[in-house]
Design a protein around this ligand. Sequence first.
Ligand code: NDP
Ligand code: 8X3
Length: 233
Amino acid sequence: MSRPWVLISGASSGFGEASAQQLAKEGWNVLLTSRREERLEEVAQTCRSMGATVHVEAWDMRDRRATQEGVEDLMKRAGIGTEENNPFLGALVNNAGLAVGKGPFDQGLDDDWDRMLDTNVKGLLFLARACVPFMTAGSRMVNMGSIAGKQVYPGGNVYCASKHAVDALSQAMRIDLVDRGIGVSQICPGAAETEFSNVRFKGNQAEADAVYQGYDPLVAQDIAEAVSFVLSR
Ligand code: NDP
Ligand code: 8X3
């Protein structure tokens, strides 16, 4: 049987990178996206060394048109089509996202709010909408939620709201797609040590490191294995 195709967003680091490698190892062909093309190429090389066919395309998920065109281009390169006889997209790992800043909402910055809401909510929606036409009964979408989408914590206001939106959208997408046989799952990790906190604290590595002191955080591989588990059900 030919290898199924999965598209992974946020594949240049953290959960997305680890998921790409895990799924390539398990027999998937992978389509990788994020903004940093060089980093995607490095991940692609590792996945190819595991026998996967890989296509890479970099774009900013906040850009509606770029997301639509990027998905269509990746599908074309993979030979995935909307006709009955074409191969289809077996899975979407809708993972790209970020937190920017942490503090009381009344000291929040417009740009930080825009980046979080435009990426985590609208970007996730743009990507899901663009991918659905290439999916079929049995395909699976995995949205990357968070414990922050279930509980709110001090200073987390807008990031938590964006992940609560992912929680709501995952439930809504599940309802909307069930009649087409497309499954929608959400994974809601707790704190994991990736580039997440470096991004949140705008490159302040000391502040980022402090987040993970005093306990053992999850690591990206833990979440990659959760993604793999979901896709294997
Ligand atoms: P990383 O910062 O390591 O990875 C984030 C990924 O998202 C990168 O590949 C980044 O790529 C991509 N990305 C960010 N903004 C955009 C954009 N505008 N367009 C396209 N790609 C974008 O963090 P994680 O791996 O930890 O985070 C992955 C997901 O998991 C996020 O949705 C995050 O909210 C969520 N999460 C993280 C937790 C944690 O504690 N780490 C816990 C729970 C959930 P590039 O910069 O190349 O565009
Ligand atoms: C990331 C986990 O707890 O830092 O979603 O918000 S947390």
